[in-house]
Design a protein around this ligand. Structure first.
Ligand code: ADP
Length: 335
């Protein structure tokens, strides 16, 4: 891909340079014609003027001298224009290449990120697919497969299909979000959080975790559905990565023109070295705790971050191993 963009940049440079050189050479040729005919006309006028004033012998010398001067002037003009065009060629080439790279860079970055996205996605999809393939192959080879075993097999396949569905839905949500969903919408913070809490009631109850929601009502800039999803992702994580019987706290406060919504848990926390990476797609903190105990594909925080960014907001995380984590969402208030 790098090669492709390099050769595209060179092609674009050639075209830019061609345009610059056509303009430069064209105007130089025109300038040469105008200036050389001016110089010739002046010389001729001077010669006519001195024709009556000088002796014929002196006049012949003067004419020769004037002709030599005129030739030198025209040669100088030609040389200066040539030098000017060489300078334009060098400077224009460098500028054209820089411009071409600048125009192509965002396209290159977008393509690179799409390729990475496709590679990551297919890598993640392969694991459940491979598990399913092996199970089905083993079952097919088993001639004495009983009905009960077949049902067990189908149940296990269904589980894998469920995982694939969750994963592909996550990928779709990540790919489909755009700022169009958000423009000019206004949301009420309290109902947004309340709805997200309601969505996660069952998961919290299953672990006997209580959600202490102390959100104040404020008007914020943003799309209620997207924000609801964002809060639900943070709550889901707080529940997933906390011990049974703990408390998840949701608080809000104003800070200048911003609202800070914090979701704190009493979970095992996130090691400092992992913190910069948890918002990456498919990244799961490499502790046995999160990988073994909680299901997920490492897409939640990537989706949350994308939603926050589409709102011109950000998510901050503070965490101490063994002491829990606090995710703080910063969003703009409606003034
Ligand atoms: P997933 O939860 O599917 O693994 P996320 O993108 O939501 O993916 O989170 C990425 C990783 O960040 C998780 O695997 C987990 O290790 C860590 N993490 C996120 N939220 C918390 C939390 N509240 N407490 C502890 N670890 C967390």
């Amino acid at each position: 891909m790098k090669e492709m963009f390099h050769s595209a940049a060179l092609k674009l440079t050639t075209w830019y340079l061609l345009i610059i050189m056509v303009l430069s050479v064209g105007s130089s040729v025109a300038l040469y014609h105008v200036s050389s005919s001016d110089l010739t006309r002046n010389a001729r006028r001077q010669v006519i003027f001195f024709a009556d004033q000088l002796e014929p012998e002196d006049f012949r010398d003067y004419t020769r001298l004037r002709q030599r001067q005129l030739n030198d002037d025209i040669a100088n003009l030609r040389q200066n224009l040539l030098l000017f065009n060489i300078a334009v060629l060098i400077a224009g080439g460098a500028a054209a290449y820089a411009l071409a790279r600048r125009h192509l860079q965002p396209i290159e970055e977008a393509l690179e990120s799409q390729t990475r996205f496709a590679a990551d996605a297919s890598h993640e999809l392969r694991t459940p697919l491979a598990a399913m393939q092996t199970e089905i192959e083993v079952a097919l080879r088993n001639r004495g497969l009983t009905k009960a075993q077949a049902i067990g097999q189908l149940q296990s396949n269904l589980e894998e299909v469920g995982k694939l569905k969750t994963l592909s839905e996550g990928l779709l949500r990540l790919a489909q979000r755009s700022s169009e969903d958000i423009t000019d919408s206004v949301a009420e913070l309290k109902p947004v959080v309340k709805e997200a809490v309601a969505r996660l009631k069952k998961a919290a109850a299953a672990k006997k975790i209580s959600i202490d929601d102390r959100t104040n009502n404020m008007l914020i800039k943003g799309d209620p559905d997207s924000l609801n999803e964002l809060v639900a992702i943070l709550l889901d994580n707080a529940i997933k990565y906390s011990p049974a019987g703990s408390i998840v706290k949701v608080t809000s406060r104003k800070h200048g023109k911003l609202v800070l919504l914090s979701i704190s848990d009493e979970g095992a926390g996130i090691p400092k070295v992992e913190l910069p990476r948890i918002f990456e797609r498919f990244y799961r903190a490499d502790s046995s705790r999160s990988k073994q105990q909680a299901q997920g594909y490492g897409l939640g925080l990537a989706i949350a971050k994308k939603i926050a960014e589409l709102h011109d907001g950000e998510i901050e995380v503070k965490s101490r191993s063994g002491k829990g984590s606090t995710f703080t969402l910063k969003l703009a208030l409606v003034s």
